[in-house]
Design a protein around this ligand. Structure first.
Ligand code: XMP
Length: 315
């Protein structure tokens, strides 16, 4: 992007032309949708409302962190609590693509309801070029149904507006800096949230285990970064696996599930390398996960697969 101010002016003008009534913005807390939300607020003022959905599939402290990020970006926003709806939609579902479809539909239905509440006829999303390219909108085969692109029902009652549709990530970063959105050292987090980090059935209990395991990985890696033991990886997280595996506590054999820890280096998520994480860091993570989640997790694995052949997420 040569001139972010020129882009901003044009995007604001286009938003004003396309949205004649009111709009809601699907704000995930990521840089893309935050930039789209700030542009929409600049274009429409009171006629825009940014909505952050608490799906019940978010990470520990995420609602608070995202709220602070929005406030620092001068964005007006509303948090919609929707854990029951999302977990209900996922009941009994184990197929990863089906999880994504159900979550996509739940998001859309929720936004339709919020639109009715706000008398909006448009939905603004932070879709960027790689999102629709990966979702089969252009040259590439369908790699994955991203929640913000796939799963759109045919009977959608809202006009979809995507002000960042033609931008690539580095251009969004330039734009975000220009819009005075603070830099957040936030790792990418998939739209379907912890649902795709809970392999197998998505239950309240299993989500809670994955959430804590993720938090432990984040805490320990962040500590290692802060102490200069490692450089900041691209992504670092835990995945709960539906495996019954045995462990010992004292004299007892206890069955729990397994957790896979994933730490990857990448430039753009198109390819990635499993990080050669320090042994001590991995041992600390394994020790904390098995201790803090005794009876739930009895084994911790480290995923050493690159992308390709694997993907970054497990599902
Ligand atoms: P994969 O697993 O395909 O992930 O190597 C590439 C990057 O995309 C993130 N990811 C998603 N982001 N909706 C999103 O918005 C999704 O459904 C989704 N799935 C994966 C992933 O965390 C990684 O950064």
């Amino acid at each position: 992007m040569k001139d972010p101010e020129a882009f901003r002016l044009e995007a604001v003008a286009t938003l004003r032309r396309r949205v004649t009534g009111r709009a809601i913005v699907a704000a995930s807390g990521g840089i893309d949708s935050t930039a789209a939300a700030v542009l929409t607020q600049q274009a429409l003022g009171e006629r825009a409302r940014s909505i952050f959905v608490d799906t019940g599939l978010l990470r520990e402290g995420e609602v608070e962190k995202v709220g602070a990020f929005f406030r620092a970006s001068d964005l007006e926003y509303t948090v919609v609590p929707a854990a029951e709806r999302f977990l209900g939609a996922l009941e009994g579902v184990v197929d990863p693509e089906e999880k994504r479809r159900r979550i996509g539909t739940a998001f859309i239905r929720l936004f339709e309801e919020e639109a009715v509440r706000f008398s909006a006829d448009s939905l603004v999303q932070g879709t960027i070029a790689p999102d629709w390219i990966e979702s089969g909108g252009a040259l590439r085969d369908t790699i994955k149904t991203h929640h913000n692109v796939g799963g759109l029902p045919k009977d959608l009652k809202l006009q979809i507006v995507e002000p960042l549709r033609d931008l690539y990530k580095d251009e969004v970063r330039t734009l975000a800096a220009h819009l005075k959105i603070p830099r957040a050292d936030r790792q990418p987090f998939p739209g379907p949230g912890l649902a795709v980090r809970v392999s197998g059935p998505v239950t309240v209990d299993r989500v809670a285990v994955a959430r804590r395991a993720n938090a432990i990985v984040e805490e320990e890696v962040d500590r290692a970064i802060a102490e200069g033991r490692i450089a900041r990886p691209w992504q670092y997280f835990a995945v709960l696996l539906p495996v019954r595996t045995v462990g010992v506590t004292g004299d007892n054999r206890v069955y729990g599930e397994a957790v896979s820890v994933r730490i990857v280096e990448s430039i753009d998520a198109m390819s990635a390398v499993a990080a050669a994480a320090p042994w001590e860091l991995l041992r600390t993570i394994a020790e904390r996960i098995t201790r803090e989640l005794t009876g739930k997790v009895s084994r911790v694995l480290y995923d050493i697969t690159d992308k390709p052949p694997a993907t970054i997420e497990w599902e």
